[in-house]
Write a protein that binds this ligand. Structure first.
Ligand code: PEP
Ligand code: MG
Length: 582
């Protein structure tokens, strides 16, 4: 019997139970069944019905992605050509049903298998069309089996657990958190942007389950435990009751934490600053309610992602101004667009690099698209008149690159002044520390940067050469690795020596487990998604900084990832903890 409890990676904490709603293109098992002559008409109708539904799905997809997601838009024409190919595809499939009496699913699978084999024998570019063909085949079979494959995720039914092979950051961004109770996927890694978006939306998510789609049927009840990473398929009543009791306890703890009532200090009295991460201005209200000291990271690329109309200078100016006004005199770190790798938008890139995480990403891409970059900087500078704006550049390598970014800011300031457009004076500018190069050369960067922000997600990925989105290497994605801590330490000491603000805004800062490492290595400011604030605040109030410093010293001395894990596990086990999270 199939295992009922699957274990995955928690990427967004929380607990939920609800019926499964399957999206995407699962590997669908087709029974090779022949039909009776009496079933023929019905079977042909079923096939035509499914074909029509897939045509509509593709047309739907086209209207959604037109003008927004370039790579998807390009494959639409190919899909439509395949769907109307009566000579090679649809005609022979009908024949397989009508003449050889195969059930429609089996006929589709057979014909597509033959065409794929033919294409693979031909010269390029024909073999490269095979994935598209396979996608169409899956869509057809899914429609025949009555499984939802729509990529429109803003219209899923209310109160479901969304199950998918994988979701893109843009798909996740279109999710409505009032409809989706939780996300469970077979692929996905701990620090992917999909995971980050799920956290921002406050949707519990467990990824990397591997075999979920082959085990779950639409409508099956699921328990998603976004603390342990367990997903239970069709739980019994006692399992549901036990789960609900635990979920209530977790919720009541979250409500009891308030930063407004009491300033945040460690158990031994060291003050710690908590800032919030957001990816749209709408997050400001929740952050203010939590009482955070400002916005430590606004991922502005999400204004573009999944948005067919590019946010021009005016739209961005309004957006940033409202955010700055809402945050009053609290600082707001506006990060310039960080496209590339798993966040891709056709307006600023080709999106087909062989190694995108090491390619034209973030600030490098902004330099290539100066008009878009300048429009964004103009908007930021104009909005800066409304509050405490800071401009943060992503993935800076060194002082040379930082100077180049600052030169664009200066050029934009000069333009605005010439045009008589009001803007905020002397807006501080700083750099993300996400590359080992930037961490190691932090002293030089600090001669011109007004502040630094530690991007531990990318810093971990680039230090350990572990793709943050790849579940195959997820066990090796170790932000606690001594190599990562050495780099953090270097940058923190440099910023302290220069008397400049340094914070961390990667997922490490929002993790109860990793916060002792960041404080122990010398950091005093953390920025995280609103959903992480209660747990982290609770952890900090119960943390003895001396113990955290000893923990870090021991890990640094070890020089070994496995040993570091053992040391951290031991520290976790010893702490006076009510809960434990990744
Ligand atoms: C990081 O890399 O830690 C970071 C905060 O940037 P992003 O996750 O958006 O790449
Ligand atoms: Mg980053």
């Amino acid at each position: 019997m199939a295992r009922r409890v699957l274990k995955g990676i928690v990427v967004s904490e929380g607990m939920a139970t609800g019926p499964a709603f399957i999206v995407g293109t699962p590997d669908l098992k087709v029974e090779e069944r022949k039909i009776l002559p009496a079933e023929l008409e019905f079977e042909l109708d079923r096939f035509e019905g499914a074909l029509e539904r897939v045509r509509r799905d593709i047309a739907d997809l086209e209207s959604k992605v037109r003008g927004s997601l370039g790579s998807e838009a390009e494959i639409i024409a190919t899909y439509q050509a395949f769907l109307s190919d009566d000579v090679h595809l649809m005609g022979p499939t009908r024949q397989l049903i009508a003449k050889e009496r195969w059930q429609a699913e089996a006929a589709v699978a057979r014909r597509f298998r033959e065409v794929v084999a033919e294409l693979q024998r031909l010269p390029e570019p024909l073999p490269s069309r095979v994935p598209d063909l396979r996608d169409i085949e899956r869509r057809l079979i899914a429609r025949l089996l009555g499984i939802e494959t729509s990529s429109r995720l803003d219209q899923v039914p209310r109160g479901v657990v969304l199950c998918a092979d994988d979701l893109s950051p843009t798909q996740t961004a279109t999710l409505d958190p009032t409809r989706v109770l939780a996300i469970a996927t077979d692929r996905g890694g701990p620090a992917s942007h999909t995971a980050i978006v799920a956290r921002h939306l406050g949707i519990p998510a467990v990824v990397g389950l591997g075999v979920l789609l082959s085990r779950v049927r639409p409508g099956d009840q699921l328990i998603v435990d976004g603390l342990t990473g367990e997903v239970t398929i069709s739980p019994d009543l006692s399992e549901i009751q036990g789960f609900m009791t635990r979920a209530r306890k977790v919720q009541s703890r979250a409500r009891s934490i308030s930063l407004q009532k009491k300033p945040l200090r460690t158990k031994d009295g060291v003050p710690i600053e908590v800032l919030g991460n957001i990816d749209s201005g709408e997050g400001a209200r929740e952050l203010m309610d939590l009482g955070v000291a400002g916005v430590g990271l606004f991922r502005t690329e999400y204004l573009y992602l999944g948005n067919a109309d590019a946010p021009d200078e005016e739209i961005q100016t309004r957006h940033y101004s409202e955010l700055l006004r809402a945050m009053g005199n609290r600082p707001v770190y506006l990060r310039t667009m960080d496209f590339g790798a798993d966040k891709w938008d056709h307006r600023v890139g080709a999106g087909n690099e062989p190694n995108p995480a090491l390619g034209l990403r973030a600030i490098r891409l902004s330099f290539e698209h100066e008009a878009v970059f300048k429009a964004q900087l103009r908007a930021m500078l104009r909005a800066a008149a409304r509050g405490q704006a800071r401009i943060l550049f992503p993935m800076v390598t060194d002082i040379g690159e930082f100077r180049r970014a600052k030169a664009v800011v200066s050029a934009v300031e000069a333009e605005l002044a010439r045009e008589g457009v009001p803007f905020g004076p002397a807006v501080p500018t700083g750099a993300m520390i996400e590359l080992p190069a930037a961490a190691l050369c932090a002293e030089a960067l600090l001669t011109e940067a007004d502040f630094l922000s530690l991007g531990t997600n990318d810093l971990t990925q680039y230090t350990l050469a572990v793709d943050r989105t790849n579940p195959l290497v997820a066990p090796s994605y170790r932000p606690f690795h001594p190599a990562v801590l050495w780099l953090l330490r270097h940058a923190i000491l440099a910023a302290n020596a220069a008397g400049k603000h340094i914070s961390a805004c990667g997922e490490m800062a929002g993790s109860e487990r990793f916060v002792p490492l960041l404080l122990g290595v010398g950091l005093r400011s953390l920025s995280m998604a609103a959903s992480r604030v209660p747990g982290v605040v609770d952890r900090i109030r119960r943390l003895n900084l001396g113990a955290a410093e000893e923990l870090v010293a021991e890990i640094l001395r070890s020089g070994d990832g496995d040993r570091a894990k053992a040391i951290l596990d031991h520290f976790d086990a010893a702490k006076p903890s009510k809960s434990q999270t990744r």
